[in-house]
Design a binder for this molecule. Structure first.
Ligand code: GLU
Length: 506
């Protein structure tokens, strides 16, 4: 019987979720939607030493902001809960013991001093120590001790760990949906710790047990987990769960905008772009990180941008709604090679979403910024301004910055623009323009175009000679959209007031 597709996003709450993490969540989400399956959120918090307070809530809030609805998991509930591994703690011991019982795992009693000694000894010979088929023969573990000795040590309460008994020199040919066949030889792998005597499982054990119990069909995660694949597959075999073992897909790295290597949070602060979906303050260091949300990105644009980091639909299409992504997404089309992150492209996506939005919606957002800055403006006028300014903006805040002159009479004039455009001969021309503008009441583009352009042509004044000083007078600088558009929005009274002020002061 076909199993229902079930995927999980399984972050560890060790800090804020960065771009790469959100993309992993997104690809899981898209895959689930594409196959009418379930998208789970599991929090992998077994490593209490790396726990960061607030990180879990940050993950939940970020997924929400991105619109990635969780079907089952932390914060939502479901039949396979609890979904926080720290709350499932009691469950893992029996699985570790099962593997000891079946000979796939063993107790190891080596003290950290002893292991350090081994490490140093190896280093002195120019080798690296690994706990494996060779070294385990000389170490203090239940494979070398008699059952009575092992029992005694366990009862004595000395710390121990349960290790996986990695097969010696076995060639594994494994399958990854994105990468195809991947070969591993167990000879270079170590006997990973599965369980510690403090009662906590390690990531590997908890991850496999939970994926099994939560009926996960596909594991979609970052490339950094590919080296763990052989251990994970061997664990499924050891448990006898191979029949229902999930399929694996390891996503390519997200690379730095320039240079080599994986995108890091430092790159963001260095180059001035966010690597986190939302603002985050590190509770330990107090360090503050920018977020896409607070920087004015639309979640749809952010998600669209992320989807194309390592995937495309085989055409040149770049703008996808979330529904289109759910429809088009496939793991087979995820790239093998890393994808370079381009902060300019991220802005471009936001620009595309901005210009596609109805002016009324942008006006509402702009009104919010104005209000926060102690300015007000009626909706109709705001809509016109947004319609006029959005083509040149990436963010609503760009519209605000570029259109402040609509809301405030210029206090000062940009000096170099005045020098360049406000000449002595400009004054009589501006005075004449003032007279013409004071005689009309219809300030629509069509009418001012007819009247002013008509006058310029008739007197052969030259457009630049009129429009440049006019612009400096009205805007305070040589920037902005068409002058007829500007004065249509400002209206007669404000236009004349500004022109008069410039004539008197410049
Ligand atoms: N807890 C792991 C992480 O933080 C999960 C890896 C996996 O998906 O197996 O990425």
């Amino acid at each position: 019987m076909e199993r229902k597709v079930r995927v999980r996003f399984a972050p560890s709450p060790t800090g804020a979720l960065h771009l790469g993490g959100v993309r992993t969540a997104l690809f899981n989400y898209l895959f689930a939607r594409r196959h009418h399956g379930d998208f789970l959120l599991r929090i992998e918090d077994t490593d209490q030493t790396r726990y960061v307070p607030g990180a879990e809530q940050y993950i939940i809030d970020s997924l929400k902001w991105c619109g990635l609805h969780v079907d089952e998991g932390v914060g939502v509930g479901g039949d396979c809960g609890p979904y926080r591994q720290s709350e499932r703690k009691e469950l893992y011991r029996q699985y570790a013991l099962q593997l000891v019982g079946s000979g796939h795992a063993y107790y190891s009693f080596d003290s950290s001093e002893e292991l350090d000694r081994q490490r140093k000894e190896c280093e002195s010979r120019g080798e690296t120590f690994i706990y494996n088929a060779q070294s385990r023969r000389h170490l203090k573990n239940s494979l070398n001790l008699s059952p009575e000795e092992t029992k005694q040590l366990l009862e004595s309460g000395i710390p121990y760990v349960i290790r996986f008994k990695m097969p010696d020199c076995e060639e594994l040919l494994l399958n990854d949906i994105i990468r195809g066949e991947v070969r591993f030889n167990t000879a270079i792998l170590d006997d990973k710790v599965l369980f510690k005597s403090d009662g906590m499982p390690t990531y590997h054990l908890a991850n496999i047990v939970d994926d099994h119990l939560m009926k996960i069909t596909h594991v979609i995660r970052g490339e950094e987990w590919l080296p763990s694949l052989p251990l994970h597959v061997l664990l499924y075999r050891a448990f006898g769960w191979e029949d229902t073992m999930p399929q694996f897909a390891h996503l390519p790295l997200i690379l730095k905008p320039v240079g080599n290597g994986k995108l890091s949070k430092r790159d963001g602060n260095k180059m001035g772009f966010p690597v986190f979906p939302m603002e985050f303050t590190d509770p330990e260091t107090g360090e503050k990180w920018h977020g896409y949300k607070e920087d004015g990105y639309f979640p749809e644009a952010f998600i669209n941008m992320l989807a194309l980091l390592g995937w495309n639909d085989g055409t040149d299409k770049e703008i996808f709604t979330i529904d289109e992504l759910c429809e088009a997404f496939s793991l087979e089309r995820v790239h093998k090679a890393g994808s370079r992150f381009d902060p300019e492209k991220a802005k471009w996506f936001n620009h595309k979403y901005l210009i596609a939005k109805p002016d009324a919606e942008i006006a509402g957002l702009l009104a919010g910024i104005l209000h926060a800055n102690g300015l007000e403006c009626e909706q109709e006028k705001l809509e016109k301004i947004c319609g006029l300014m959005k083509e040149r903006a990436n963010f609503v805040s760009d519209i605000y910055n570029d259109s402040l002159f609509f809301f405030q009479t210029p206090e000062t004039y940009v000096e170099k623009d005045v020098k360049k455009y406000w000449k002595e001969e400009s004054v009589p021309v501006m005075k004449e323009l003032y007279r013409i503008l004071s005689e009309i009441d219809d300030y629509s583009f069509a009418n001012t175009d007819k009247i002013i352009s008509g006058w310029i042509n008739e007197k052969e004044l030259g457009f630049g000679k009129v429009m440049n000083p006019f612009r400096v007078a009205i805007v305070g600088a040589a920037k902005g959209p068409h002058m007829y558009d500007i004065i249509e929005i400002l209206g007669k009274e404000e236009t004349l007031k500004r022109l008069d002020k410039a004539i008197r002061t410049l």
